[in-house]
Structure formats: C-alpha cells, structure tokens
Design a binder for this molecule. Structure first.
Ligand code: ATP
Ligand code: MG
Length: 283
C-alpha cells in the first residue's frame, strides 16, 4: 500500500490535507491518529513531525511525503522532489540587530549565528567564503541575539513581523521554500501508477487555482476584440443571443487580471458580466 507522510500538526498540516481533499482523496480527519486509510484511493496517510518526513520517505517507510523544501534541503536525504505545491511559502534569511551598520555578507566573518538550519547555512557560508560560528538551537531562534547567544540569526521569515518585534532586520535572503511532494527513489511500478494519477489531479488543481469563469453579453461586433482580451484555453465560447446583433461569451480568466479585463470588456460594450468560481479544470 502506498503511503504518504504529511505533517501531523503545524503550518503545513491543514493545507496538505486540503490539497489531498482537492484532488478527491478524502482524508478522515476525525479518526486521525498516526496512520489512516483513505477510503476512495489506494493510499494511506501517515502523520509525522515535519522533521521526520524526508527520512521516512528516503528509507521507504512512506513512498511519498509532503514537506517544506527547507526540511528536504536541511536533512540532505536522497529523495525525489516530484512537485512544488504552491503553498507554505517562506524564506530562510540572515537577520541582524537593527543598530548594526551592515555593508554586506562579509560582516558575518567571525560572528556567531543561531539557527535551526545549520546545513543550509553551512552551504551559504562556504559559497560566500565566510567563516562564522553556527549555534544550533531548535526553537525561538529570534531571541538569540538579545539573549547574548549569538550575533545574528538564520531563520524562517514569512512576513517579517517576528524579526521587527525582536529588533532585528533581514539582511540576506538565502533560501526560498514552499511545500513539495517528495517520493522515494525506488517506488514500485504499481505505486508509480498511483503517483501518476495523483500528479495528474494535482496539476489540474494547481492549474485551476486563481482562475475564474466569466460570462457576459456582448455586441457581435466586439467579439474579435473580446477574444483578444480573453484568449481562454483554446478560444472563448461564443453563442448567439435571441436579440439580433448580440452574443454571449464564456471564458476563463486569471483572478489577478480580472478587474483590468472587466474594464476593457465594458469599454467594448460587454453587459451582464458574471464571474463564477471554478471547481476543477482538466486542461
Ligand atoms: P513539527 O512539529 O511538525 O516539527 P515545526 O514547528 O517544525 O513542526 P512549523 O512551524 O509547523 O514546523 O512549519 C512547518 C513548515 O512550514 C516549515 O518547515 C516551512 O517549510 C513552512 N513555513 C511557511 N511559513 C512559515 C513561517 N512563517 N514560519 C515557519 N515555517 C513556515
Ligand atoms: Mg519541525
């Protein structure tokens, strides 16, 4: 039975479960313990601390895992990174007390840097020819400078609020991470087929994200121009209306450009514009 290891609690748990639900794999949340079977898909879900997921996948206890790329890079296990999943985005950065007159990475020479990511940090220091002392701490890294444990920190940043409240500033963005689907290097052909089906569904889910279905009435004379504004997947659907000289047009639009497109469509006479959510797109 193919197993997927996901974080049992924490920042990636909810979105990992949601990702599985989104691709039609119903994970039984209520009875969640350590291991749970999926009813409608040949998969078992194993709930772990995120630190343990790369190792569990590397040794084959689970064929698949969802974990932050940062954990994969830090642990250094040999696993396949199958897909970036587009959630859990963050970066690991060097941050220093805000009073420091910082001129560049060479400032870190001879300094002590506190981090939970010593391996990623070692790689960065080596690449930049910096000799610094790494102090490994597993939690509350951001208090290390104030506590006198280190001169600087190397830690996960998403909004930067934690840094500011500890009197620190981010000076080097070193590693960019997001949740990834990882796989054991030697999964069986049978498990590979299950993974392929999951990937097909994940691609569709990722493709559907941030897209809206848009329909409107349009003067027939504006169809060509509207097609240029809304190129759609192949081309938009255009249907004549009972009223002469008018048609209805249906298309798909990226949410980010929605209002800009609506303004352009209104300018060429579009009326009765409807924007709907899309559940799935199979390109
Ligand atoms: P666990 O108990 O499973 O070991 P944890 O405390 O190590 O959990 P979380 O804080 O839940 O880990 O973070 C899990 C992952 O979420 C991180 O490794 C990282 O990839 C991602 N992440 C995204 N944004 C952030 C953030 N602002 N802070 C920390 N992690 C983040
Ligand atoms: Mg952890």
């Amino acid at each position: 039975m193919l197993r997927i290891a996901i974080q049992s609690k924490g920042r990636l748990n909810e979105e990992s479960t949601a990702m599985l639900q989104e691709i039609g794999i119903s994970v039984d949340d209520s009875k969640r313990k350590f291991l749970s079977k999926v009813k409608n898909f040949p998969l078992e879900v194993l709930y772990m601390r995120d630190d343990d997921i790369p190792g569990i996948v590397a040794n084959g206890t689970a064929g698949l895992g969802i974990v932050g790329l940062n954990e994969v890079a830090e642990k250094g296990f040999d696993v396949k990174i199958v897909k970036k999943l587009g959630f859990g985005g963050c970066r690991i950065s060097l941050a220093i007390p805000k009073a420091v007159d910082y001129q560049g990475p060479q400032w870190f020479n001879g300094k002590r840097i506190a981090t939970s990511y010593p391996e990623i940090l070692k790689g960065y220091l080596k690449e930049n020819n910096i000799e610094a002392k790494i102090e490994v701490i597993t939690g509350s890294v951001e208090i290390a400078p104030a506590a006198g444990i280190a001169d600087a920190i190397f830690d996960i940043v998403s909004s930067g609020g934690t840094l500011v409240s500890n009197g620190l500033v981010e000076v080097e963005k070193v590693f960019f991470s997001e949740a990834v689907l990882i796989a054991n290097n030697d999964i069986t052909e049978e498990d590979q087929a299950i993974l392929d089906e999951m990937l097909f569904r994940i691609d569709s889910a990722i493709f559907s994200r941030d897209k809206k279905y848009i329909l409107m009435n349009l003067p027939a004379a504006s169809v060509e121009e509207a097609t240029r504004i809304l190129p759609s997947m192949r081309s938009p659907t255009v249907m004549p209306l009972a009223a002469e000289g008018w048609c209805a047009m249906h298309s798909v639009v990226e949410e980010a450009s929605l209002w800009e497109k609506i303004a352009q469509l209104k300018a060429i006479g579009a009326e009765g514009i409807l924007v709907l959510n899309i559940d799935k797109i199979i390109p």
